[in-house]
Design a protein around this ligand. Sequence first.
Ligand code: ATP
Ligand code: MG
Length: 317
Amino acid sequence: MEETPIVVARGLTKIYRSRDGAPAFRAVDGIDFSFGRGEAFGFLGPNGAGKSSTMRMLAAISPASGGSLEVLGMDPALDGPRIRARIGVVPQDDCLDRELSVRENILVYGRYFGLRRDLIRERLGELLAFAQLEEKADAQVEVLSGGMRRRLTIARSLINRPEILLLDEPTTGLDPQARHILWDRLYRLKQDGVTLIITTHYMDEAEQLCDRLAVMDGGRIVAEGSPRALIEAHVTREVLELRFSVDAHAAVAERLRDRRLGERVELLPDRVVVYAHDGEAALAQVHAAQLSPITALVRRATLEDVFLKLTGRSLID
Ligand SMILES: Nc1ncnc2c1ncn2[C@@H]1O[C@H](COP(=O)(O)OP(=O)(O)OP(=O)(O)O)[C@@H](O)[C@H]1O
Ligand SMILES: [Mg+2]
């Protein structure tokens, strides 16, 4: 028997109406998605795709303008407080109290949640250990690194033992090492059965953390599936990247298309990208056509290629 989904959205829409009479803006444009308990689901998309708007509706912070949404079997418009009691929210901007210590931030948040003082104290040690912040418990947030702040925000969001954790760009702006530490923490939560909903514009993060993804652009979902299935469905296994002198790229792309090189040839501002099942064989054909690229690189296809194919644009602006 198929398990009932923990979240279901149908035609979910967010319209921002301006006060000064400017036209209303459709930030989320009728999207459908659902996910099951224990799943790690990702919204992957560039700036302005509508990821945070979607997350705020899921968190029962901002009302939907249209469509239907069910979280834990409840309607956020009617049951906001009951939903918020069972989910954790890590917003895109940390909103920590910088003048308070790490410990105080967790205590205050727990109180704000209406939890009993002794229960918060009981969980505090466990959360500090989880976030690897035990030695920083009395440090002011002000002096923490970006990675530590992010870990504190996540620790704080776990104070109510949420069934669903919403993470809006959990690692944006962090260095690679800090990102890996965070990924490890999130992976542990997933193993403990917490349902993770993550937004990101990093394809490697999506590939690392998410079982299933919705690729978003301009308020819509343009594709959905596991990272592997998305790559298999939309692009070839290998990719050949060619760099010539900048003004030569358009002519080269045209010539390669005429010769029907690979499955598809994409012209980018700084390179020509050939999608082929065998990248080395495609490169041999490039050389056979008397073309001499300055650099040539064969690599595996990634979600970035999927995004480029579906939208004609790169994920990172
Ligand atoms: N409160 C608001 N009022 C008006 N417009 C808004 C508001 N919040 C977001 N928008 C607009 O809605 C669109 C989607 O914004 P949203 O923050 O959901 O995107 P995002 O995918 O999270 O982007 P980013 O990667 O930059 O965080 C953007 O064009 C944004 O300017
Ligand atoms: Mg956002």
